[in-house]
Design a protein around this ligand. Structure first.
Ligand SMILES: [Zn+2]
Length: 479
């Protein structure tokens, strides 16, 4: 009822009844006929009719269902799905919260009816969110949801030199790539989580959804303490030193094993953060080339080494645009000049803090702290770019290019039309093309991303099957 009350007055009526079957040829042809081809040619197109065609024919609803349902059964809906909150942002920006559905089909039908610009996923509640007014207020509570993380390029604006604001390119993707590499290892190795889904946000960020039962059942308190552990780069934009990885004694500092693994031991390429510091911070981004940036670097060096800092400052003033790699080499020389004892006790911890400050994942931890936070669903379209929020394989995260490696709604619809044309069919698609297809997405560049989602869902289902078998055998024993 609440949904109907805030429907946009100018929203165009859906052009036809929604059919859940993806391979209804005539319907697909009608949708193509209504899509504004001119707007599709614009690279940033997120034209409403194109989005509707995408919802109807390309978004992998079954995978979304399997992922959220977290069950050994591929068909039976559990509370993880039926009691789950969905929130829709309509084309006119109206925001509908507390939507819930009994099946993937019902969700698809409602999304196609309302044609929202995007939709978000929230927690599983004690009752179906759509029925919340029929239960006592105090009885309606969130009980579980995936543990989520959000990394956004905004938090790298003071470091990156290639783009700013809403911009992102293959070069600044490196900040996200190293963040994923390190956070993925930390969450798996230090926390023991297995079911991590990394999803490109469609513009300049990435989300991580963890579906392990242990993660989903974490309370707000547990989420807060867990995120505190990952809060390494702290402080506002005005704060120069943002990292303090632990107290330093006369012999130096023993780093936490997780941070040590991320930084690495001796040598330039011994850990992901050191590798990224050299290749991205020093070489590619040349982050300390500008005087204001190298002044910041000097402020991060050990204050007790004023003479060395003075020598560095004098040298760099003579050569204002000395490269970051050369500046870092100058710092290492000063550290060596101080002798082994001072180098290990004073310089090394300080330089490791610099590496952490420039490369450790900058996580928007507010997103992770609350069970009832809503986060944009995988596979929706980013309204500003027309790009699909696609799952990514963390093992190939460095290879991804957000500017042309991510399918847009325009590109996918064109691919579908091209496949039709190649099949030599007018008005109807060829039988050959449709043989054994799981969905239209298989015939487009969305396919590898759905396959990542597919493997992720299969792993969750396999584990749930194992848990069910264990429980069944225990109940037989008890009997
Ligand atoms: Zn860039």
């Amino acid at each position: 009822m609440a949904a109907a009350a805030v429907l946009p007055p100018v929203r165009p009526p859906p052009p036809m009844d929604v059919d859940i079957e993806e391979d209804d040829d005539q319907e697909l042809d009608k949708v193509f006929a209504q899509v504004d081809e001119k707007s599709l040619d614009q690279i940033d197109s997120a034209e409403p009719m194109a989005i509707l065609a995408y919802y109807r024919h390309l978004l992998p609803w079954k995978h979304l269902f399997l992922w959220l349902n977290r069950s050994s059964s591929p068909t039976v809906a559990t509370r993880n799905f039926t009691h789950r909150e969905f929130a829709f942002t309509l084309q006119n920006e109206a925001y509908l919260r507390y939507q819930s559905f009994s099946s993937a089909e019902e969700l698809k039908r409602e999304v196609c009816r309302l044609n929202p610009a995007r939709f978000e996923i929230g927690p599983v509640y004690t009752a179906k969110p759509k029925d919340r007014k029929t239960v006592q207020k105090t009885m309606f509570k969130p009980v579980s949801r995936e543990l989520v993380f959000d990394i956004d390029m905004t938090d790298y604006d003071e470091i990156r030199t290639c783009c700013s604001g809403k911009g992102i390119c293959k070069r600044c993707w490196a900040f996200i790539a190293v963040a994923v590499e390190v956070l993925d290892a930390t969450l798996r190795q230090d926390f023991g989580f297995k079911h991590l889904l990394w999803v490109y946000s469609g513009r300049r960020g990435i989300h991580c959804w963890i579906s392990d039962d242990e993660a989903c059942s974490l309370s707000d308190e547990a989420r807060k303490s867990l995120t505190g552990w990952l809060d390494v780069v702290k402080g506002s934009a005005n704060q120069v030193k943002k990292v303090d990885a632990g107290p330093i004694n006369a012999h130096g500092r023993t780093l936490h094993p997780s941070l040590r693994r991320a930084i690495g031991g001796e040598g330039e390429a011994s850990g992901p953060l050191k590798r990224a510091f050299v290749s991205t911070i020093l070489e590619d981004q040349d982050c300390f080339k500008q005087k204001s940036h190298s002044d910041t670097l000097l402020e991060l060096l050990p204050a007790s080494e004023a003479d060395a800092i003075g020598r560095l400052r004098a040298k760099w003033e003579k050569e204002p645009f000395r490269s970051s790699t050369n500046k870092w080499t100058d710092i290492m020389e000063q550290a060596s000049r101080a002798g082994d004892k001072k180098r290990n006790a004073i310089w090394k911890p300080c330089l490791e803090d610099v590496i952490l400050q420039y490369t450790y994942p900058r996580i928007d931890l507010e997103v992770s702290k609350h069970l009832n936070h809503l986060l944009k669903s995988p596979f929706v379209i980013h309204p500003g770019t027309g790009r699909v929020c696609v799952p990514l394989d963390p093992a190939n995260i460095w290879a991804f290019d957000p500017t042309d490696g991510c399918p847009t709604v325009a590109r996918l619809l064109k691919e579908l039309q091209t496949v039709d044309a190649d099949a030599g069919v007018t008005g109807k698609r060829g039988d050959k093309v449709l043989t054994n297809v799981k969905g239209n997405w298989e015939r487009t560049s969305l396919r590898p991303f759905v396959e990542i989602m597919d493997r992720h869902c299969q792993a969750i289902m396999k584990e749930q099957k194992f848990i069910k078998q264990e429980m069944d055998s225990k109940s037989v024993d008890a009997w």
